[in-house]
Design a protein around this ligand. Structure first.
Ligand code: 5GP
Length: 207
């Protein structure tokens, strides 16, 4: 028996300006750790290469609104004209089964999760600079010049929420950023989350 064994999983929220690379970091984490991704629901159209149930659950606006009415989301937000939300039940099920869950969501959503689930670990992913962010958003080729300028303007506003977060990671070098997030996950599992009595009784059981 591990005397400080965890029973419930931890909820990690990876958030930050769009183009900071949270999606890429998240993919690497899923490949290299036991973290499980919460697959979001969205009303936006699938992009080339995206798959239903893996990238997102793609639904109509009507279906999304029905799920809001049924209190089916941990959080949801309207991002650039489309709805995005975190289905609540799968997250609760995974956490209670002892699995760590990662949410890769925008900042409005992260702030809502913080209100409802303050035990979450909030990680802010930052771009190394505004010029690098512009380059990344342009390189994606999925947005118009106007949309990119709008996202850059949003980024500056979003930086003001940094004090709501527990950690920040600058995504200059992908491997380094991934290593830092992994270190955060490890550190969070080393927190003292039990009383002295609980600890002593666990050691006594074994003695
Ligand atoms: P994209 O359309 O590029 O996939 O995502 C646009 C933005 O929506 C990104 O910042 C992404 O992190 C965010 N997003 C994705 N899923 C969710 C979600 O479930 N809730 C919220 N609030 N934002 C999300």
């Amino acid at each position: 028996m591990n005397p400080v064994e965890k029973h419930a999983g931890k909820l990690f929220i990876l958030s930050g300006p769009s183009g900071a690379g949270k999606g890429t970091i998240c993919k690497a984490l899923l490949a290299e750790t036991d973290l499980e991704l919460s697959v979001s629901m969205t009303t936006r159209n699938p992009r080339a290469g995206e798959t239903e149930g893996e990238s997102y659950y793609f639904v109509s606006k009507e279906e999304f609104l029905r799920k809001i009415d049924a209190s089916g989301f941990l959080e949801y937000a309207e991002v650039y004209g489309n709805f995005y939300g975190t289905p609540k039940q799968p997250v609760i099920d995974k956490l209670s089964a002892g699995t760590d869950v990662i949410l890769e969501i925008d900042m409005q959503g992260a702030l809502k999760v913080k209100e409802n689930y303050p035990d979450g670990v909030f990680i802010f992913i930052l771009p190394p600079s505004m010029s690098e962010l512009r380059k990344r958003l342009t390189g994606r080729g999925t947005e118009t010049a106007e949309a990119i300028e709008m996202r850059l303007g949003e980024t500056l506003k979003e930086l003001s929420y940094i004090d709501k977060y527990d950690y920040c990671v600058v995504n200059g070098q992908l491997e380094e950023a991934v290593a830092r997030v992994k270190a955060i996950v490890t550190a969070e599992h080393s927190r003292v989350t039990f009383t002295a009595e609980e600890l002593i009784s666990r050691y006594k059981e074994e003695a």
